[in-house]
Design a protein around this ligand. Structure first.
Ligand SMILES: NC(=O)c1ccc[n+]([C@@H]2O[C@H](COP(=O)([O-])OP(=O)(O)OC[C@H]3O[C@@H](n4cnc5c(N)ncnc54)[C@H](OP(=O)(O)O)[C@@H]3O)[C@@H](O)[C@H]2O)c1
Length: 347
């Protein structure tokens, strides 16, 4: 049985971590650390958890205990740099939900995150924890960098075809949508209900931190074509939806593509759909629903996830499960699905 520290446990992703760790069969206890809410009780911050989770007192991050086995870090960008090197030097396991360790190169981090990186040696030591993809290797690691929410959906939907078809891909255009909780709990005028209700808008075009993260992983798998990423905000709190249009130099068979996706994904959390997925199918779950559509030389892949679960805390707990060799669904899914197959949805 393991003890867990949740650093930044009072935010949106922290709350999901608390819910999963409470249900987890191999976790004996956890402690929540934060800054402004230190000293408050959990039920004051999340009254809806009363009756499910003990009314723990939030501890100050200044009084962090080094007795936990693993630490989830759910802090704003730049803050994890203060804690990750100390924890890894004490031989602790760390899963960082933020972006501070996702990019492999210090220069890229400075360019996109605008901070100096104080532990660049860890950028190479970390493992990028795309939990459902078979290339993620959990042996002999201490630090997992949990993927961003957009990259999770984009990479899970695109990676399977890259190794076999990279030479046939002319370009990829990815249009992506996020609910407003993607920006965390802090107040921002542009995310107010009165601004976003009934509204949709593109933002950070060609300037989103997740674009270099997506490209880094695509390049590692052999991708070498032009790629565009256009994020949009949705008038909803939760969810990530991505539609990637892949222009090919020659026609390929849909059955071949479907077989590739089926053979790549053994994960119980990937559902391959015959119809484009809907956000409501995945909200509050750790599933990533993917569908492909092929017409001539254009392949369109759509994917849907919950940004706070598959795009953050669900995937983080899944990463912990795989790191410790536990059933990857522990704490996240009540029962394992039996086999992966295409599901037809009739309207
Ligand atoms: N939201 C998403 O959909 C999503 C998805 C994937 C990844 N992420 C990443 O996960 C991380 C957490 O995101 P979130 O949405 O949960 O953020 P959030 O809702 O804003 O929560 C941030 C947490 O960090 C604490 N905190 C803030 N500044 C701190 C400081 N200087 N020292 C100590 N604690 C501090 C806050 O606690 P107090 O205010 O109580 O001190 C709160 O618990 C971010 O890096 C984010 O990019 C988020």
């Amino acid at each position: 049985m393991h003890s867990i520290g949740i650093i930044g446990g009072t935010g949106y992703t922290g709350k999901k971590l608390i819910q999963y760790l409470t249900l987890h069969p191999f976790i004996k206890d956890f402690q929540i650390y934060a800054k402004t809410t230190a000293g408050e009780n959990l039920h004051e911050i999340f009254p809806d958890l009363d009756g499910y989770v003990d009314n723990l007192q939030i501890k100050s991050i200044e009084d962090i205990s080094y007795e936990h086995d693993l630490y989830f870090i759910a802090l704003p960008h730049g803050e994890a740099l203060k804690y990750v090197p100390i924890l890894t030097s004490k031989d602790k396991y760390v899963i960082d939900l933020g972006g501070d360790y996702r990019l492999d190169f210090e220069e890229l981090y400075i360019q996109w995150y605008k901070y100096t990186h104080t532990s660049p040696y860890l950028l190479k030591e970390k493992v990028y924890g795309l939990a459902d993809h078979p290339s993620t290797n959990y042996t002999e690691i201490k630090l997992i960098s949990n993927p961003g929410c957009y990259p999770t959906a984009v990479l899970l939907s695109l990676l399977p075809i890259i190794p076999d078809f990279s030479d046939k891909i002319i370009s990829v255009s990815c249009i992506a949508y996020s609910g407003t909780s993607g920006a965390g709990k802090s107040s921002r005028a542009d995310l107010l209900l009165s601004e976003m209700y009934g509204n949709v808008k593109a933002y950070n075009i060609n300037d989103h931190k997740h674009e270099p993260e997506i490209l880094q992983q695509l390049y590692k798998n052999g991708f070498h074509s032009p790629f565009s990423f256009t994020p949009h905000l949705l008038p909803s709190a939760r969810g990530i939806y991505t539609t990637s249009s892949i222009h090919l130099s020659e026609e390929i068979k849909k059955e071949n593509i479907e077989e590739i996706y089926k053979s790549v994904y053994q994960s119980p959390f990937i559902r391959l759909r015959n119809n484009p997925p809907e956000l409501q199918w995945v909200i509050d779950s750790n599933f990533c629903d993917i569908s492909i559509s092929l017409k001539g030389k254009v392949l369109i892949v759509t994917a849907a996830i919950d940004n706070l679960v598959k795009g953050a805390s669900g995937q983080a707990v899944q990463n912990m499960n795989k790191l410790f060799g536990w059933d990857e669904t522990s704490g996240i899914l009540p029962a394992r699905r039996k086999e992966l197959k295409y599901v037809s949805v009739h309207s």
